[in-house]
Write a protein that binds this ligand. Structure first.
Ligand code: SAM
Length: 256
């Protein structure tokens, strides 16, 4: 399965405290009763999925991720009796049963085709089902990426590694997202941006594992740590996250 990047699942699991904090508000907006079936769209290592499981004492979690290492980690962490974890691409989602709600945290900006994504999520929901999601939005980690770009631009040897590079992030804005949600069949669609500065305890390891993946994939492994350390020094320890919040629902079944 082709994805925007690969992940070190166990290091991500340890360092994803900021993502776990972001997820709480996204889960609050779902206002679950506790007996629903909910899809975790892009479950990653399973750390945030466990937060969803806690809110569903009488319900069920179905999780999907496209990265084989993340799927394996989530299965091992959560236990296969507790959560069904599918190895799938969200843009070609195929679940055995419709779900009551879709939850997603820190995933959509890794997916280039939001039209296909939203159509697949709408198709997975039962009539009246709800979506609550958050991902990187317009301007997300712009300072981090400007620092990385400046390092590349200043060094002709680094520049050679980035010849023909296409930036894989899809940091969407609010208007385009609302339009895409409606085109996919969602109603009551709302999207808004929220600045969310993050100060990781260990910025270099955090940048290596989470923010700089697509840059590092272009560089020889021996240069990864120095590149991340130089970016960390330029940004001064604070990462300028901007989150795109999304809520929407699919229409209820037509009566009559
Ligand atoms: C930053 S992690 C977030 C994981 C988890 N939701 C969290 O909040 O910690 C992004 C995840 O999105 C997954 N992902 C990216 N593109 C995907 C796609 N097209 N289909 C399914 N999962 C995808 C990645 O494999 C990765 O596990």
């Amino acid at each position: 399965m082709r994805t925007a990047r690969s992940w070190d699942a166990s290091t991500y699991h340890t360092l994803s405290g900021p993502q776990a904090e972001m997820a709480e508000a996204v889960l609050d907006r779902l206002a679950l009763s506790g007996d629903e079936t909910v899809l975790d769209a892009g479950c990653g290592s399973g750390r945030v999925t466990a937060q969803l499981v806690e809110r569903l004492p009488h319900g069920r979690v179905v999780a999907v991720d496209a990265d084989a290492g993340m799927v394996e980690h989530a299965r091992a962490t959560l236990g296969e009796d507790c959560v069904e974890v599918h190895h799938q691409d969200l843009t070609a989602l195929s679940l055995p049963e419709p779900v009551d709600a879709v939850f997603s945290n820190a995933v959509f900006h890794w997916i280039p085709d939001h039209d296909a994504l939203f159509a697949a999520l709408a198709g997975a929901l039962r009539p009246g089902g709800r979506l609550s999601a958050q991902c990187g939005g317009q301007g997300n980690v712009a300072g981090v990426q400007a620092a990385a770009d400046a390092l590349v631009a200043a060094d002709p040897v680094l520049q050679r590694h980035f010849a023909g590079w296409g930036r894989p992030w899809n940091f969407a804005g609010t208007r385009e997202t609302q339009d895409r949600l409606r085109a996919a069949g969602f109603v009551e669609a709302n999207a808004w941006l929220e600045p969310w500065p993050v100060r990781p305890e260990d910025p270099v390891t955090y940048l290596l594992t989470i923010c700089l993946g697509p840059y590092l994939e272009r560089l020889p492994e021996g240069e990864h740590a120095a590149f991340a350390a130089a970016v960390a020094e330029r940004v001064g320890g604070e990462l300028d996250y901007v989150r795109l919040n999304i809520i929407a629902r699919v229409p209820p079944e037509a009566i009559g």
